[in-house]
Design a protein around this ligand. Structure first.
Ligand SMILES: [Mn+2]
Length: 604
């Protein structure tokens, strides 16, 4: 339907423009050699404006046959498409300084269009219907720290190729990414834009997108089309192969760029080509397209290798200059800039990873361990739509898990058990086929990279370490194997027995030091709570381990299929049949010989 009505609009507008064009052309050829432009009766105001613009663009040379005629038609076409925005109008889209949502303000659809907009949103994970009405050229508020605004840059910065990867993205959103990057990147630095279509289903993203970019930005845009869906990770690599600029910028195709976003980054890479730079990412709300400032931060991750924002390092705050680059252990992943050849040298993304997730963490770990660095630039700002629904498979976690295990096996040395723990997988016979990693191990060797311990000590000291773990996973008592040790109601600090489900509230860990933790593994900040016998209560408590001053009270003797005995009291953690929720209660009592088992054994 949308395509049909667009086609209809295209026809009408091209007819109108063609008519105006003919008149203009006719008047020009009839006054050839003269500076004077004939007055035409029809469409006076617009016509006059059009003539002035023709004056501006037409190459002045005597009328000489077909060549000149063709050139003039070409000029006319450029005029119509560029200066009068005919091409975007024909697609039902808006260019220039008009329409709703200017300067990043929230926009909304008319009351009568809400239902339609909702339907479109289900498809894309953002309000694509609204996006179609917002100018492809709209600007955003200047969120840069004040000091950035006076910065100057060398003229001879490296050139950049911009790579946008998409699958089934709304056309107006892709075009806004392209328009704003063209608008805000100095032309002499923008080598090319590469669109990687990861086998989208939407027909609009084939011919219509191609003809738009070729006419609107002649010679600037290259398109790579995957014949089958490769996933974001391999699709980025395809785009990189096509690039010729000195630097590559790799982005999601739902971004908006802002003035001077490129220069600070390119200057930083010019100084040292081993730096991977991340623009600061502000948010575009998926519903209203309002731009929202996101504070300056580094990008970290947890042991499942899900990324997250985290505070900048202490030194950055101490320097009291918010325009300085922020050292970061990894990246969120939707936008990064890297010297093209250097990205190749350090092995790009791991092509053996599938679809999405984990590649962003791998790149951070790898670049630091192998002699480079990764930084967030507060002076360089882009905005990104956080989609409520992601493309590709509905269960992205399966891919992320597999990719995370590849990262663990290649890069994490004695810390790799933590990734298995976080996903609650045994370290052997886990049933996840991670594929061949020999190339990646060879890469690490070839680049003579440092150890993961060095990386943790120096680059990501905030990540809580779990490599002192002996056993992990669900914890069962032999007398009630359908029940698992569970953190229970967090407020009450009382662990319980609950039917087993294996999710994080039942994640147990027993360490070399004899501590028994129950609950989700931490990443930075708060750690999991541990079991304590306060020598008074008949029930165990689950508390912040760092606050227990009597070490013996939080220390337990245990080995697989044996009793769990507290060091301070000598009492055992046991179960007792009772009329409580699931028929059994956890208690501390004189040992009666009950035994426990953890689901998994950690191995280095
Ligand atoms: Mn994204």
């Amino acid at each position: 339907m949308a395509i049909k009505s667009r086609r209809w609009k295209t026809l009408v507008i091209l007819n109108v423009l063609g008519f105006i064009g003919f008149i203009t052309f006719w008047t020009r050829t009839n006054t050839a050699g003269s500076e004077q432009v004939a007055e035409v009766d029809a469409g006076v105001g617009v016509e006059r404006q059009l003539q002035q613009q023709v004056e501006r663009v037409v190459v002045r040379e005597p009328f000489s046959g077909q060549d000149a005629l063709m050139r003039r038609l070409q000029d006319l076409e450029n005029l119509v498409y560029k200066d009068l925005h005919g091409l975007s109008l024909s697609l039902g889209l808006v260019e220039g300084d008009k329409g709703p949502g200017l300067v990043g303000n929230p926009a909304s659809v008319a009351p009568g269009e809400v239902a339609k907009a909702k339907e479109v949103k289900e498809r894309y994970g953002y309000n694509a219907y609204l996006s179609d009405r917002i100018s492809l050229d709209r600007t955003l508020p200047d969120f840069r720290p004040a000091k950035c605004k006076n910065a100057t840059f060398p003229k001879d910065l490296p050139t950049i190729s911009i790579i946008f990867v998409f699958v089934n993205e709304a056309m107006s959103v892709i075009l806004r990414s392209i328009h704003t990057v063209v608008n805000h990147t100095p032309a002499h630095l923008l080598k090319e834009i590469i669109l990687v279509d990861d086998n989208s289903d939407d027909k609009e993203l084939k011919g219509p997108l191609e003809s738009y970019v070729n006419r609107r930005f002649p010679g600037l845009v290259k398109i790579v089309r995957n014949q089958r869906r490769e996933g974001l990770i391999r699709a980025r690599i395809e785009g990189w192969k096509m690039a010729t600029g000195e630097v590559t910028g790799i982005f999601d195709a739902h971004m908006e760029f802002t003035p001077n976003w490129a220069e600070p980054i390119l200057a930083r890479i010019k100084e040292n080509h081993r730096r991977i730079l991340l623009p600061s990412i502000d948010n575009i709300m998926h519903d209203t397209f309002e731009a929202e400032y996101y504070g300056n931060s580094a990008h970290g991750y947890n042991w499942e290798l899900w990324c997250m924002y985290m505070g900048a390092p202490k030194e950055w705050y101490e320097a009291k200059d918010d325009s300085l680059p922020i050292k970061t252990p990894a990246m969120i992943g939707c936008s990064f800039v890297v010297n093209r050849l250097y990205f190749g040298e350090i092995g790009l993304h791991d092509p053996g990873m599938n679809v999405w997730g984990g590649e962003n963490i791998e790149l951070g770990i790898k670049v630091w361990m192998c002699g480079g660095s990764m930084e967030v630039m507060p002076c360089s700002r882009v905005a990104h739509i956080a989609r409520v629904k992601k493309p590709y498979s509905p269960d992205l976690g399966t891919h992320t898990r597999r990719n995370a295990l590849r990262v663990a096996e290649v890069w994490m040395d004695e810390f790799k058990s933590s990734v298995y723990m976080a996903w609650n997988l045994p370290m052997e016979n886990h049933g996840v086929d991670i594929g061949d990693i020999s190339d990646r191990l060879a890469l690490r060797k070839r680049l003579q990279c440092k150890s993961f311990k060095w990386y943790l000590d120096n680059i990501y000291p905030d990540l809580i370490r779990y490599n002192g773990t002996l056993y992990y996973g669900e914890v069962r008592n032999a007398k009630a194997t359908h029940l698992c040790l569970d953190q229970g109601d967090q407020e009450k600090n009382m662990p319980i027995l609950h039917p087993c489900h294996g999710w994080s509230p039942q994640m147990g860990r027993y360490t070399k030091n004899g501590q028994l933790y129950v609950g989700r593994m931490g990443s930075i900040g708060e750690d999991t709570r541990c079991l304590m016998d306060n020598e008074v209560s008949d029930f165990p408590q689950l508390v912040d381990c760092t606050k227990v001053t009597n070490v013996n009270q939080k220390t337990w003797y245990f080995s697989q299929n044996k009793a769990i005995i507290n060091k301070a009291s000598g009492r055992c953690l046991e179960v007792k049949e009772e009329k409580v929720d699931f028929g059994h209660r956890l208690i501390l009592q004189t040992c009666t010989g009950q035994t426990w088992s953890f689901k998994n054994v950690a191995k280095v």
